[in-house]
Design a protein around this ligand. Structure first.
Ligand code: DAH
Length: 361
C-alpha cells in the first residue's frame, strides 16, 4: 500500500510556510495543478493492480481533500493579514488640504437670464417658451407686422425652405411671437416673461446671427401705462443694483404696441468706460409699450375688456453692460479662459425659488 504520509506532511509544511497569497497559489498549483504532485500520483494509479489501485486511490483522495481544506484555511489567514496590513499602512490624513476641484462656471448669459427671471418672479411673473422655428403669422402678422411692413426688412430674417403649404417658416427674429401663442392659449390675467434664442442675419462686434431676448407681457383688466412704468423702473433698479437709478421713458414706435416707449437708464461715460446709475447721459436698454389693440383682437381678446403692456430686452446687451464685457462675439466662442474670467460659480440666485412657475404657450 502506498504511504501518503510523507506527501501530506510535505504539502502541509509548504502551506504553513507561505507568507503571501501568491506563494499559497504556487503551493496549490504544485499540489493540485494538472501537473501537480497529487495529480501525477493519481494518474500513475493506472499502472497498479486493481486492489492496490483502489486502496492507493482512496488514500490519495483523502490527502487531496485534506490539502484542499488546509489551503482554504491558510488563504483565510493570509487574506485577513493582508487586510490588516492595508488598514495599517493606508491611513487617511484628514488634516491634508482638500484637492482643488475644477468645477464649471455658469455662463454670463445663463446667469443674466437667471437674474432677470428671479426679479420678475418676485413680481409674480412666470416663464413661457415657444419654438425657435416660427411661422410668419406668429413672428410678424399677428404682431401687426403685415407682409409689406418696413419692419419686416429691418429684421434681416432667416427663412427656411417652404413647407407643404408653400409658406416659408422663419427662425424667430424676436421672442414676441410667444406673446401671441400665450394670448391664444391662456385666458387673462397673463403675466409672463419669455427668455429665449432669437436669430437675425447680422454679424459684427455688436450683432450675432443668434442672440437672446427676454420678452415680457402683462394682460388684465385696467392695465395702464403706470403699471408699465412702475414694473420696468423696479426691474432696472433691481437688475443693476442701483436703488435710485434714473430711468427715462422715451416715445418710440413698435407695430405691436401703441403707445411705445424706449427705456433709458442714467449713466456717465468716462475715458471710454461707462458708469451706470449716475451722470447726465442716457443709455437705451429695452423697448416697451401698451399692447396694440389690434394685437389683442388678433388673439381673440376684446380690447375694451382687457389691456396690457409688453416689453423686450436683449440679454447680451444687459450682460455686457452689467458685467463690462466689451465684445458680443466672445459669448459664443467657448474660450475656457474667458469663461473662467466672466463666468460665475454656480450658486443660487436669490429669489429664484420664490414661486417661479411655467406658464403660457
Ligand atoms: N420685439 C422687439 C425687437 O425685437 C422688442 C420689443 C419691443 C418687444 C417692444 C416688445 C415691446 O414686447 O413691447 O426689437
Amino acid at each position: 500500500m502506498t504511504d501518503t504520509g510523507p506527501l501530506k506532511a510535505e504539502l502541509i509544511a509548504a502551506i504553513a510556510a507561505t507568507e503571501t497569497l501568491e506563494q499559497l497559489e504556487a503551493v496549490r498549483l504544485n499540489a493540485l495543478g494538472k501537473k501537480g504532485l497529487i495529480s501525477t500520483q493519481l494518474k500513475a494509479l493506472g499502472g497498479l493492480a486493481p486492489d492496490e489501485r483502489r486502496q492507493a486511490g482512496q488514500a490519495l483522495n483523502v490527502v487531496k481533500e485534506e490539502i484542499g481544506v488546509a489551503l482554504a484555511e491558510r488563504q483565510a489567514v493570509l487574506k485577513r493579514a493582508e487586510l490588516a496590513d492595508k488598514l495599517a499602512s493606508e491611513t487617511i490624513d484628514v488634516s491634508l488640504p482638500a484637492r482643488a476641484t475644477t468645477n464649471g462656471r455658469t455662463h454670463p448669459l445663463s446667469r443674466t437670464i437667471e437674474e432677470i427671471s428671479a426679479i420678475f418672479s418676485d413680481m409674480g411673473f412666470s416663464i413661457a417658451e415657444g419654438p425657435d422655428i416660427e411661422t410668419d403669422f406668429y413672428n410678424f402678422t399677428a404682431l401687426n407686422i403685415p407682409p409689406e411692413h418696413p419692419a419686416r426688412q429691418e429684421h434681416d430674417t432667416f427663412y427656411l425652405n417652404p413647407d407643404k403649404t408653400g409658406t416659408r417658416p422663419v427662425l424667430r427674429t424676436h421672442t414676441s411671437p410667444v406673446q401671441i401663442r400665450t394670448m391664444l392659449n391662456t385666458p387673462p390675467p397673463i403675466r409672463i416673461i419669455v427668455p429665449g434664442r432669437t436669430y437675425r442675419s447680422d454679424h459684427d462686434a455688436t450683432h450675432s446671427p443668434m442672440f437672446h431676448q427676454c420678452e415680457g407681457l402683462v394682460i388684465g383688466e385696467g392695465i395702464h401705462m403706470g403699471h408699465l412704468k412702475g414694473c420696468l423702473i423696479d426691474f432696472c433698479r433691481a437688475f443693476f443694483g442701483v436703488k435710485d437709478l434714473p430711468v427715462r421713458f422715451r416715445p418710440s414706435f413698435f407695430p405691436f404696441t401703441e403707445p411705445s416707449a424706449e427705456v433709458d437708464i442714467g449713466c456717465r461715460r468716462v475715458d471710454g468706460g461707462l458708469e451706470i446709475g449716475a451722470g447726465d447721459d442716457w443709455l437705451e436698454i429695452l423697448g416697451s409699450g401698451m399692447v396694440n389693440p389690434k394685437v389683442l383682437e388678433n388673439c381673440g381678446l376684446n380690447s375694451d375688456e382687457v389691456q396690457g403692456f409688453a416689453f423686450g430686452m436683449g440679454v447680451e446687451r444687459l450682460a455686457m453692460l452689467k458685467y463690462g464685457i466689451p465684445d458680443l462675439r466672445t459669448f459664443y466662442e467657448s474660450d475656457l479662459r474667458w469663461l473662467k474670467h466672466y463666468g460665475f460659480m454656480p450658486v443660487d440666485v436669490p429669489g429664484l425659488h420664490t414661486g417661479l412657475g411655467t406658464g403660457g404657450a
